[in-house]
Design a protein around this ligand. Structure first.
Ligand SMILES: NC(=O)c1ccc[n+]([C@@H]2O[C@H](COP(=O)([O-])OP(=O)(O)OC[C@H]3O[C@@H](n4cnc5c(N)ncnc54)[C@H](OP(=O)(O)O)[C@@H]3O)[C@@H](O)[C@H]2O)c1
Length: 314
C-alpha cells in the first residue's frame, strides 16, 4: 500500500514506520522540518517530504493515490495557556486532513488519539476528543481511532524523563502521585495500527490500547528507581501542592510540567476494553522491555566508573 503519514517523525512515528516498512508498504512522511528528521530517509521505502501540513491543497496533492492516511501529530504542551495551541495541532490539522482526504478521494484514515479523551478536562484531552468526533462524523471516511495510554519504548519521554530526574537527587517530590496509567509498548501500538490497516472490521471503530497492568504514577516512579538500582525517597504531593508545582513548572521554558498536564492526570489513563484483543495482540509489560533501555545506560556508567577507578589505582 501507499501510505501517507502526518506527525510520524516523532517517537511513536518511528515505530509505526518500522512496522509498515517491515510489512512491505511504501510510506510518505509529511513533516514541517525535514532537515531535523533526515534519518527517516534511511528506512527503505520511506519518503520524507517537507510540507505545510495545514494547507489542504498541499495535503491533497500528497494524498492523491494513497491507500490510507495516518494522522498522528500531537503535542503535550502549548506555548500559551488558553488551549489555542492544542486546538491548532489536534483539531485544525485533523480538519485539514479530512478535507484533503475528500479532495484526493482517500477513504481510509488511521488516527492516533489518547485514552479516555472524551472524559478529559485538559485542553490536551478535550482537543483530542474534538478531533475524534470530527473523524467519526466525516462523510465517506473509514476512520479507525487508536486511544493509547502513556507509551513506552526506547526514546520515550516518560520513563527516560523520570530516570533523568531520579539520577539528580535522593529525594523526589512527585505531583499527582495517585494518577493511574497503563503503560503500553510502542511496538504493540504500531502492530495494532498495521493490523487495522487492511481490516474492514476496524472501520469506524475506536481501540483503547493499554499494557497488561495499570499502576499509580508513584508506583511507576518507584519501579523505575528500583530497576535503576537507585534508593530514592519519592514524596507524593497532595492535590494543592501538585497544582502549585504545575503552575510554577509551567512558567519554566519548555514547561516540564504544566497545569494542563495536571488536569490530564486527573482522568485515569486506563482501558475499559482490550483494544489489542481484536487484533490478536498480547501487549507486553514494562518489566519485559523498559529495564533494557534504562539499566543499559546505568550499566555503562558503572563500567566507566570502574574503568576510571582502575586507571587511578594503576
Ligand atoms: N507518547 C505517548 O505517551 C502518547 C500517549 C498517548 C497518545 N499519544 C499520541 O500519539 C501521537 C504521537 O505521539 P509521539 O509521542 O510520537 O509524539 P512526538 O514524538 O512529540 O511527535 C509528534 C509529531 O507531531 C508533529 N507535530 C508536533 N507539533 C506540531 C505542530 N505544531 N503542528 C503540526 N504537527 C506537529 C511532529 O511532526 P513534524 O515536526 O515532523 O511536523 C511530530 O512528528 C500524538 O498524537 C500523541 O498525542 C502519545
Amino acid at each position: 500500500m501507499r501510505i501517507v503519514l502526518v506527525g510520524a517523525s516523532g517517537f511513536l512515528g518511528r515505530y509505526v514506520l518500522n512496522a509498515l516498512v517491515a510489512d512491505g508498504h511504501h510510506c510518505v512522511v509529511l513533516t514541517r522540518a525535514a532537515a531535523r528528521h533526515g534519518d527517516i530517509k534511511l528506512l527503505p521505502g520511506v519518503e520524507l517530504v517537507q510540507a505545510d501540513v495545514y494547507a489542504v491543497d498541499v495535503l491533497a496533492n500528497w494524498f492523491e493515490g494513497a491507500d490510507a492516511v495516518v494522522s498522528m501529530a500531537g503535542i503535550l504542551n502549548e506555548r500559551g495557556r488558553g488551549g489555542q495551541g492544542f486546538h491548532k495541532v489536534h483539531v485544525e490539522l485533523v480538519e485539514a486532513i479530512i478535507r484533503a482526504s475528500g479532495q484526493a478521494g482517500v477513504t481510509r484514515v488511521l488516527h492516533v488519539s489518547a485514552l479516555r479523551a472524551a472524559e478529559g478536562r485538559s485542553h490536551y484531552l478535550k482537543s483530542k476528543s474534538e478531533a475524534e468526533d470530527l473523524l467519526k462524523k466525516a462523510n465517506k471516511l473509514n476512520a479507525t481511532l487508536f486511544q493509547p495510554s502513556v507509551i513506552f519504548g526506547l526514546g520515550d519521554s516518560f520513563f527516560n524523563r523520570f530516570a533523568l530526574l531520579l539520577r539528580l537527587s535522593w529525594i523526589m517530590p512527585l505531583a499527582c502521585p495517585r494518577a493511574r496509567l497503563q503503560p503500553v509498548y510502542a511496538v504493540d501500538v504500531a502492530a495494532a495500527m498495521v493490523a487495522a490497516l487492511d481490516d474492514p472490521l476496524s472501520w469506524g471503530k475506536s481501540y483503547e490500547l493499554g499494557g497488561p497492568q495499570s499502576y499509580t504514577l508513584k508506583e511507576l516512579v518507584e519501579w523505575t528507581a528500583g530497576e535503576m538500582g537507585l534508593r530514592r525517597w519519592i514524596v507524593g504531593l497532595p492535590g494543592f501542592l501538585s497544582a502549585t508545582t504545575a503552575v510554577l513548572m509551567g512558567l519554566l521554558p519548555g514547561k516540564p510540567f504544566s497545569m494542563d498536564n495536571y488536569r490530564s492526570l486527573q482522568t485515569d489513563s486506563t482501558t475499559r476494553q482490550d483494544g489489542f484483543a481484536c487484533f490478536g495482540i498480547a501487549p507486553r509489560s514494562i518489566d519485559t522491555v523498559v529495564p533494557d533501555y534504562l539499566t543499559g545506560s546505568v550499566r555503562q556508567r558503572r563500567l566507566q566508573a570502574c574503568r576510571r577507578q582502575s586507571r587511578r589505582d594503576e
